[in-house]
Design a protein around this ligand. Structure first.
Ligand code: MN
Length: 288
């Protein structure tokens, strides 16, 4: 018999400024370390007003992490210093493993006046921080949808549900990343591996995220499940609910975080910024 996990932490995403002045909402980040290990940060950049995001995220480096951009509407135009460029379009994902280092820019653009998406940061363990950079770029029509009994459906970005596997593969933290929609009143149960963390971020409607809980959580709420138990159990409210579900194996390593670079020690962080200034930051060409 499954033991359902309880919620141990819940909050609303908070407004913050990032990049060249993009107004976005941070679900969790530096302040919450290391509660979401192996994840570092989740930003919600859904926005109605172009002036809130037009400035974008001009040239900046990353090392030691993966950034996962998932678009609901509009697009992000992406380019890196090694000549790789393209766009992440509505319903698509870019899973970028920065590894030893990438210098890139990310510029949100409206399509039919709409733009919105999410960026999740996944930490890399010490043994993989300096791995070769890599992109996994997945178009909307390459992300399968699993339809579950009882009014639930899941877009599977990474991981597996109901025999449907996501297209993103070989991620060190062994994560799952699912976009789940429940019809009004529907119930959803999903296994979580022992020792793995699990969390959800509500992106529409409202629902109850643990058994016997009366209080519904709505759009913009981040909820972290406790470690005890082997499944999550979620029930949609009367208007249904849509949420991002993510889980992964905690790294339990020291974290030295300096803006877009996350290493294990302050010395490694210093070295990364020195190399960036000296023009020796980039180690290898990114592969697709
Ligand atoms: Mn970036």
């Amino acid at each position: 018999m499954q033991q359902v996990r309880s919620i141990v932490w819940k909050s609303r995403s908070r407004g913050t400024l990032e990049g060249a002045g993009v107004k976005l909402h941070r679900a969790f980040g530096y302040q919450e370390l290391p509660a979401f290990d192996p994840f570092l940060m989740l930003d919600d950049f859904r926005a109605d007003r172009p002036e809130d995001y037009r400035a974008g995220f001009p040239w900046h480096p990353h090392r030691g992490i993966e950034t996962v951009t998932y678009m609901l509407e509009g697009r992000v135009e992406h380019g890196d210093s090694m000549g790789h460029s393209g766009s992440i379009d509505a319903g698509g994902v870019q899973w970028m493993t920065a590894g030893s280092g990438i210098v890139h820019q990310e510029m949100p653009k409206p399509v039919n006046g709409r733009m919105g998406g999410f960026q999740l940061w996944v930490n890399l363990p010490k043994a993989h921080k300096m791995m070769d950079p890599r992109y996994q770029e997945i178009r909307a029509d390459e992300i399968p949808t699993a339809t579950l009994p009882g009014g639930a459906s899941a877009r599977v970005i990474c991981g597996e549900i109901a025999g449907v596997s996501g297209p993103v593969r070989d991620i060190v933290a062994g994560p799952e990343y699912l976009d789940i929609a429940l019809e009004p009143g529907a119930h959803f149960s999903h296994p979580v591996r022992p020792g793995y963390m699990a969390a959800v971020y509500v992106i529409g409607g409202s629902g109850m995220f643990e058994p016997h809980q009366d209080e519904e959580s709505g759009n913009g709420t981040i909820l972290l499940f406790g470690e005890s138990g082997d499944a999550v159990g979620i029930r949609a409210g009367k208007n249904g609910v849509r949420f991002l579900f993510f889980s992964g194996k905690p790294l339990r390593e020291p974290i030295a975080w300096g803006g877009p670079i996350v290493m294990n020690t302050q010395e490694e962080l210093r070295q990364a910024f020195d190399e960036y200034e000296q023009g020796t930051f980039i180690k290898g060409a990114a592969s697709r």
